[in-house]
Design a binder for this molecule. Structure first.
Ligand SMILES: Cc1cc2nc3c(=O)[nH]c(=O)nc-3n(C[C@H](O)[C@H](O)[C@H](O)COP(=O)(O)OP(=O)(O)OC[C@H]3O[C@@H](n4cnc5c(N)ncnc54)[C@H](O)[C@@H]3O)c2cc1C
Length: 393
């Protein structure tokens, strides 16, 4: 109760809980990992509150796990050794959108949906790199895990979109990275020594990010999806290498699933965009010509892409994994790795072998990243209410 009361002194009664009903939801995530226990959930609103919480936790030796949307599906925000879950969702201010230097300065709890709708309403010609994740996930959580969004094939993974950060260290000190550390402006990470790497990819273990400046990009006037298909898995690496040679794509997916039958092929899904009609038409022509000539026409243009699929791919974020075969029960997991493109055929066959061994239907949605490399993932759905089904996963 002493710890609880100290936390109440910091954030007030309304933004802390140790009641079992509320901790239940923080002790698990939507993935397949088993629940783990949590002692307190605290929702700070200010940097000062974060500082005080970390100082208290440091003094008392209590583990702290920062949480954004909690949707990585690998229980990253479910503590290993109990303690405090620091739910950042109340720090949800969009502090500044700088049109000219194209960045947004946001607090850690700003969701993807909040930033997207704010930009659509107030800065309709600007966009940020949006992951295909649920809309409640945070921009900061995604950038910190080096996630990827709908323009990542063109501009890089989302940690590369960071211009600077304000971070509270476990000692309670506030640290800044990027231009904001030496000036009031948050427009760049360089040319200072770049300390952002001390916090990117560390899953909140080195500090709690309270503010982040994110790069924004001009929104193109024209967008279209082109799909091509083949049954020859071994030609995938050469095809990707060729397609990415032109450096003209907004987004690029490789998709396959065994059911329904018409989906049981390898699909190359290219999202093209342009600011000018002529530029846009030229891009479409370049890719049609490329595939027509590639290895004697082994990859075919999909003339009749279903309008529903076309819409899903053109949505921002694209809803590519919704093409997956969802079963009842709400269990959904994906697994994979960032791989060099030459590993795709082997990874593809290996994934199918495992799925068949356990009687699962899996689908693959792979995003081709700058490099090129591939974010290679298998999606498996399972019935969460069926223990045997969940165990197989
Ligand atoms: C259907 C589906 C599709 C998805 N598609 C994509 C996709 O296309 N691209 C993609 O990248 N991801 C995708 N994801 C994965 C995930 O949902 C996203 O990456 C999401 O943006 C993660 O953000 P979050 O707010 O949920 O992070 P969280 O899970 O809350 O946090 C992620 C990690 O960052 C740490 N952290 C969070 N906030 C802070 C902070 N303020 N300071 C320090 N550390 C912090 C946490 O402790 C944790 O270790 C998908 C998930 C699902 C369910």
């Amino acid at each position: 109760m002493e710890i609880y009361n100290s936390l109440v002194d910091i954030v007030g009664q309304e933004r802390i809980s140790n009641s079992q009903e509320e901790l239940f939801i923080y002790s698990r995530d939507a993935g397949a990992q088993k629940p783990r226990s949590v002692d307190y959930v605290v929702m700070p609103k200010t940097v000062e509150e974060v500082q005080k919480i970390l100082l208290l936790a440091n003094r008392e030796g209590i583990p702290v796990t920062p949480m954004g949307g909690g949707f990585t599906l690998s229980a990253l925000v479910v503590p290993n050794k109990g303690g405090i879950v620091l739910d950042m969702k109340r720090m949800d201010n969009i502090i500044e959108v700088n049109e000219r230097n194209r960045y947004a300065l946001i607090e850690a709890g700003v969701s993807q949906a909040a930033l997207k709708s704010y930009l659509e309403e107030n800065h309709p010609h600007l966009q940020h790199s949006t992951p295909e994740a649920p809309p409640t996930v945070t921009v900061v959580g995604n950038a910190l895990i080096q996630g990827h969004g709908h323009i990542s094939p063109r501009y890089g993974v989302n940690s590369e979109m960071i211009n600077g950060m304000e971070v509270v260290l476990p000692t309670g000190e506030v640290c800044k990275t990027g231009s904001c550390s030496v000036s009031p402006s948050w427009f760049t990470r360089g040319p200072l020594p770049d300390l952002s790497g001390l916090f990117i990819g560390w899953y909140g273990t080195t500090g709690v990010v309270t503010k982040l400046s994110l790069r924004l990009f001009p929104k193109p006037r024209f967008r279209e999806v082109l799909a091509f298909s083949t049954d020859d898995v071994d030609i995938i690496p050469d095809a990707i290498s060729g397609v990415t040679q032109f450096d003209l794509l907004e987004d690029f997916f490789l998709i396959m699933q065994e059911k329904p039958d018409w989906m049981n092929h390898v699909f190359f899904v290219l999202i093209l965009s342009g600011h000018f009609e002529e530029e846009f038409d030229l891009k479409k022509r370049i890719y049609r010509d490329f595939f027509e000539e590639f290895k004697g026409g082994k990859i075919e243009f999909v003339e009749d892409l279903h309008p529903a699929l076309r819409k899903r791919f053109l949505d921002v974020p694209p809803l590519a994994s919704l093409a997956a075969d969802f079963r009842k029960g709400g269990g959904f997991e994906y697994t994979g790795a960032i791989l060099p493109i030459e590993s795709i055929p082997e990874a593809w066959r290996g994934g199918l072998e495992i799925a068949h061994k356990y009687g699962m239907i899996c689908s693959y949605v792979h995003q081709i990243l700058a490099g090129p490399s591939v974010m290679f993932g298998f999606n498996y759905s399972f019935n969460r209410a069926d223990e045997e089904d969940a165990e197989i996963w």
